[in-house]
Design a protein. Structure first.
Length: 133
């Protein structure tokens, strides 16, 4: 399987939503994120946080063993022009604001890497699109 680019929200997804504070870790969040990285997937932290609160989130993830490929950008060091959208180009977006809400990290793992999914990558991406919006 080829590696995927996975954009991951922070508040309400990796931790409980208590912005601007950092909420409690969601069950299996960091274990799943580290396992996805071990499988070769590139993770982008995709969050509304900026400046100090963004750095706090990055530091929190780093202290839990997750170093993101990029943060609110498609690749490290990407420059933005004034007025340019921060929307990232990812294969999958994991966010608590998806249609149907946040399914939990176990369900996410099963949808992306589950042993019971005997689909090629395009069918798997179609399934993820239906599950996560």
């Amino acid at each position: 399987m080829r590696s995927l680019i996975i954009a991951v929200d922070f508040d309400g997804t990796i931790v409980d939503h208590e912005y601007p504070r950092i909420g409690a870790e969601k069950l299996f969040a960091f274990q799943t994120l580290r396992a996805l990285q071990d499988k070769g997937h590139r993770l982008i932290l995709w969050t509304i946080r900026e400046s100090k609160t963004l750095q706090e989130a990055v530091d929190y993830c780093r202290s839990n063993g997750v170093e993101f490929y990029a943060i609110n950008e498609n690749f490290p060091g990407e420059g933005f022009e004034p007025g340019q959208s921060r929307k990232v180009n990812a294969d999958i977006f994991i966010d608590d604001r998806n249609v149907g809400g946040f399914l939990g990290w176990g369900e996410i793992w099963n949808a992306i890497e589950g042993e019971n999914l005997e689909y090629d990558i395009e069918k798997k991406k179609g399934l993820l699109s239906r599950l996560f919006g």
